[in-house]
Structure formats: C-alpha cells, structure tokens
Design a protein around this ligand. Structure first.
Ligand code: FAD
Ligand code: SF4
Ligand code: SF4
Length: 479
C-alpha cells in the first residue's frame, strides 16, 4: 500500500477539468468533465489511509472512503464500485451534488498545507465507469416476500427505501404526484449540476427490479391516505418540503415576480423536452431580461446560473447578509461569479415596483448587528440607504416549508413539529401513527440529498423490523 498511497506530498490536488465559464454558460451540460482513468488513480493515491478517517465520519452515509480510494489507486475499479455502492443508493449523484466542502472533503485530514483528497469527483468517476461497463445491475431479490410497503414520494429518500426493501424481496409501490421519478433530483436541481439521464437510468433500473411506480397520483387528493394504509403492511411518507417562503413587501404579487421552484421546474422540464406554456409565453424564461434573484442559498445559486444560461441581459443576486454568512455553498457562489452573476451583498428588498408588471426592485442596505440567541448575527436596515435595481424578472428563493400534511392527508393524528415537519421517534423513524414511517426533508426540513438517502435507508431497516414483529406471521402464512 505504502508506495501507492500517501502521495499527497508529491501530487497536488486536482479536480476534473471545469469547462470554461464562457463556454459552459451557453449550455446546460454539467460543468465538470470526468477524470481520465490515470488522473482518478493519481488523485485517489493522495489519500493517507487514516486510522480514524474523518472523511468517513463526516459523510452522512459513513461511506468507506479510504477503501474505495485505495482500490481506485490500484485500478481495481469493479471492487471500488462494490464498496461505494454498499452504503449509498446513488453514489454517482452524491459525487455530483453533495457539498463536499462541508462534508467529507472538508474533514479530510491530509496534513496542513496540502489540500484535501477530491473524494466526490473520485466517487462519481467510479460509479459512472460502473454504469458504462454494465456493472450496475437492477436488484435481484433472492426470493419474493409477501410484505408490502407503500412509499409516498419518489425523491431520494423514498427511492433509497424502495431500493433497500425491494432488494430483500418486498413488494414495493411508490406513489408520486409528479409524472417522473426523482423528486428534486429531476425537477429541482438543474442539469448543469446533475444531468437528468443520470436520474432517468436509475428509474429504469428500479422498474426492472420490480418496484411499481404510480405516478401522477397525489396522495390525499387522487387516493386517500387511509386507503394506502389499508393496502400496505407499512407506509413511508417521503414527500419533501415544497411550500415556498414568501416576502411580505409591496408588489410581491406583480407579474414577473416568480417562485424559484416554478422557475427551475420549468427549466428542467424544457431540458427534458416537455411543453411548458409558462416558459413558452416568456413568463418563466429569463432570455433578454434583467433578472434579480432574492436569497443566498443553493436554490438561489441554481436560479442565477439558470438565468445566465437562458440568455438574461443581466443577473444579480440580492442577499441580506454578506458572503461569509451566506448559507449557499462557496463553490457554487464561485461558479456563479465566474459565469457573470453580480452579487449585491447586505441588501434586502423593500418593494417590487411596476404597474402591470415588475420593472425594478427597491432595496435597502443592511448591516450586520450582534449575534442573536441562535448565534447568528442579526441584520438591520440602514436608514436612508434605499436604492433601485432594474428588473424584468424577480425570482424569490427564500427557502421552503412543509405543506400541512395532516390536513392534506385527512389525518389529524399525524403529529407535526411547530415547523410543520413530521414528528418521528428518532430510534424507529415511526410517526405517531402505527406502521407509518417518515424520512427525508419532510422530517428534517429542507436538507441535502445525501441525508435523504441516509434516512430512506434507515427507514427501510425500521420498516422491516416493525413489519416482521407486527405483521409477518399472517402474511407469511398466506404465501
Ligand atoms: P424530494 O426530493 O422533495 O421528493 C419528494 C417527492 O414527494 C416529490 O417527487 C414529490 O412530487 C412527492 N410528493 C409530495 N407530496 C406528495 C403527495 N401528497 N403525493 C404523492 N407524492 C408527493 N441537495 C444537495 O445535496 N445538493 C444540491 O446541490 C441540492 N440542490 C438543490 C437545489 C434545489 C433547487 C432544491 C430545491 C434543493 C436542492 N437540494 C440539494 C436539496 C435536495 O434536493 C433535497 O434535500 C432532497 O431532494 C430531499 O429528498 P426527499 O426525498 O426528502 O424529497
Ligand atoms: Fe462525500 Fe457525499 Fe460521497 Fe459522502 S456521499 S463521500 S459526503 S460526496
Ligand atoms: Fe484519506 Fe483524507 Fe479520508 Fe484520511 S481523511 S482517509 S486522507 S480521504
């Protein structure tokens, strides 16, 4: 091992080639090329195979990172794929969209002065190679079991649970109100971070594995929640969070002021070849417009970068705190800046101006005050500092809250927290309703793909234990 690994002293950190901003901003393709095989092996060999790998500790899936890095450095890619896929349902997706700087790579402990191992890029390389070489196979359950689970939501949490249970022989039905599988992987996250074929090929495999998808089916509207409970031995709620937070300022309802997810979903649908009337009418198309995006999270970054690619005349992002205090990933901010986005830090909208449609944003400068009870610095407007910014399209990207699920499902006993997220027993992931489990954003609030996968996999374990303890005997007898 020794001579192959520990190469960080000799080999500098290199990420896969990032396409030049001038080129990539004219298309929606992913911005990073893939590692060449020798580069992947070389970068993997920088790992020092720590006794206590902090990269692994800080990966929500506790991926066995040192092992797959070593196997990649040795050219044993099929084994590296086996290790990477043992703990992760979608390693190639995490390699693309995890904020690695805050998770695995941010905790890589290569000695000071040497930059971290490029874990995410190697993970993506291993699994994309596995797909190309036909190593990624649909789950083949050893035998069919009579147990049945109904999963509400085909996002990463629901799919991770579906995959785990199906691979053990369960009868799995996933219900989703959308017409495609993937949740925010398909309609939220833009192509330039995650090309849709990467999600679609997983969908095809899940179908080949025998997972049943009931699409265009909103539970609570098209099918009663109670009916799902009667149909299945257990139910998993993995519905995500979709209620957009709003801004209570004058003009917030003017035509031309739109919600981030409406905008991004339209762009993703166009990329998938769908007919989107609101895009075709121009309402959700930034071409030729002066675009102002409000917010400082990853959704805001996705909006500004989508607007650039649609050919906006100008794109700026208004955020009420400064760069150091923004919630979005620094890597995404840097990508947006390279692509020509202007950031207006420490400013908040006071009003959206216009008669029949928006023509400008009036904003006020802010300053950061003392930390509040949460430890975050408060923000205060600076009197008399208002300014106007021209805008033909304003995109509100202020975050998401859960919908009122007890009302939507007609099930008042489904307990929720004061934020509206579903309450679960964190050891069993079961809600207040026996046999009903919940996972992903609907439990955590808006979070990350990798946490949704973790939750979905954990929920599968808990569902299995609960059904075996409570329902297995009669169901097995019926076999
Ligand atoms: P979702 O992915 O939201 O899936 C929930 C599914 O449930 C949806 O398909 C929905 O249609 C369905 N559903 C809801 N209600 C019903 C119902 N009543 N009946 C039937 N179906 C229903 N995370 C990252 O890690 N990296 C990123 O780069 C990143 N970028 C993001 C960009 C955007 C624009 C957004 C909005 C989020 C981003 N995230 C990112 C967060 C990440 O996408 C989510 O944390 C993750 O998708 C949550 O997974 P989930 O399965 O809980 O929910
Ligand atoms: Fe890092 Fe995410 Fe992969 Fe874990 S799943 S190793 S956090 S990129
Ligand atoms: Fe390798 Fe860094 Fe993980 Fe240590 S922390 S095992 S050097 S990737």
């Amino acid at each position: 091992m020794a001579e192959r690994m520990l190469q960080f002293v000799r080999v500098p950190q290199q990420t896969p080639v990032k396409r030049a901003a001038e080129v990539r901003k004219h298309d929606f393709r992913e911005i990073y090329d893939r590692f060449r095989p020798e580069k992947a092996a070389e970068q993997a060999s920088r790992c020092s195979q720590c006794g206590v790998p902090f990269c692994q500790v800080h990966c929500p899936l506790n991926n066995n990172i040192p092992d797959w890095l070593k196997l990649t450095a040795e050219g044993r890619l099929e084994e590296a794929y086996e290790v990477a896929s043992a703990t992760n349902t979608f390693p190639e997706i995490c390699g693309r969209v995890c904020p690695q700087d805050r998770l695995c790579e941010g905790n890589c402990v290569i000695e000071k002065g040497f930059e971290s191992v490029t874990i995410g890029a190697v993970e993506k390389y291993i699994v994309d190679t596995a797909w190309e070489r036909g190593w990624v196979k649909p789950a083949r359950p050893p035998r069919e079991l009579p147990h049945s689970v109904g999963i509400i939501g085909a996002g990463p949490a629901g799919l991770a649970a579906a995959d785990q249970l199906r691979s053990r022989g369960w009868q799995v039905t996933v219900y989703d109100r959308y017409d495609r599988v993937g949740g925010l992987l398909i309609y939220g996250i833009p192509n330039f971070k995650l090309e849709k074929e990467v999600v679609l090929r997983r969908w095809r495999q899940f179908e080949e594995a025998g997972i049943r998808f009931v699409l265009n089916c909103e539970v609570g509207r098209d099918i009663p929640f109670a009916e799902l409970r009667a149909r299945h031995d257990a139910v998993l709620i993995a519905t995500g969070v979709y209620k957009a937070r709003d801004i209570a300022v004058p003009g917030a309802d003017l035509p031309g002021v739109v919600a981030a997810l409406d905008y991004l979903t339209a762009a993703n649908r166009i990329g998938l070849g769908d007919h989107v009337p609101d895009y075709e009418s121009g309402a959700l198309d930034a071409a030729g417009k002066h675009v102002v995006v409000i917010g400082g999270g990853d959704t805001a970054m996705d909006c500004v970068r989508t607007a650039v690619r649609q050919g906006a005349a100008s794109v700026s992002c208004l955020y009420r705190r400064d760069r150091a205090n923004m919630p979005g990933s620094m890597r995404e901010v840097a990508n947006a800046e390279e692509e020509g986005v202007g950031f207006v830090w420490l400013s908040a909208p006071e009003a959206f101006l216009g008669d029949n449609r928006v023509r400008a944003v009036r904003a006020v400068r802010m300053h950061l005050g003392l930390p509040d009870a949460s430890g975050r610095q408060s923000v205060e407007p600076i009197p008399g500092s208002s300014f106007e910014r021209k805008a033909d399209l304003v995109i509100k990207a202020l975050g998401f809250d859960p919908e009122d699920l007890p009302a939507a499902f007609g099930e008042p006993a489904l307990a929720v927290s004061r934020w509206g997220t579903i309450k679960v027993d964190h050891r069993t992931m079961m809600t207040a309703l026996p046999g009903v489990f919940a996972a992903g954003d609907i439990v955590r609030g808006a979070s990350l793909v990798v946490w949704a996968i973790r939750d979905g996999r954990d929920a599968a374990e808990q569902i299995e234990s609960w059904v075996l303890a409570h329902k297995a005997a009669p169901a097995m007898a019926a076999e």
